[in-house]
Design a protein. Structure first.
Length: 148
């Protein structure tokens, strides 16, 4: 819809105007908000915002950390069903918050599947802490189940 509105605005701006043969009218410079410059700025801003899900990951710092696993039997994998995620940026937000916790080995989030698969050391973290971290992002954990 945004693209159609911008295309129409550019069409109206670039469409040739009818010549008026009356000597009484003077041509005034259009206001800035009605200029091609302003329309160009709005168009560039719209393109940047439409592409945001593809580059949003650069705003999240790298949360990868070195994990030392003492006992393999302490590693647990749980799938959390999450409602509210709609784009790649949502996935990054969830992964960023979960990776702040101690004992997180691996985090995979998917907005398409509406879930996050978290591998963690149960001696350093637990499902309740992970669920609180996910819920703190604004998305809601609706279900969780252990894998393995």
């Amino acid at each position: 819809m945004t693209i159609l509105v911008l295309a129409f605005a550019w069409y109206k701006k670039l469409k040739p105007q009818k010549e008026i043969d009356c000597e009484c009218e003077t041509e005034e410079k259009p206001k800035f908000i009605q200029s091609k410059t302003f329309l160009g700025i709005v168009t560039a801003f719209a393109i940047i915002m439409l592409a945001f899900p593809y580059y949003s990951g650069i705003f999240y710092p790298n949360t990868e950390k070195q994990i030392i696993v003492v006992d393999k039997s302490d590693i647990k994998t749980t799938e959390f069903t999450i409602s509210g995620m709609t784009c790649v940026s949502c996935e990054e937000h969830v992964k960023h918050e979960v990776n702040k916790l101690n004992g997180i080995v691996d985090t995979k989030a998917s907005y398409e599947n509406g879930n996050a698969i978290i591998e963690f050391d149960k001696s350093k973290s637990n499902e309740t802490e992970i669920e609180k971290a996910i819920n703190s992002t604004g998305y809601k954990v609706t279900d969780k189940k252990e894998i393995n």
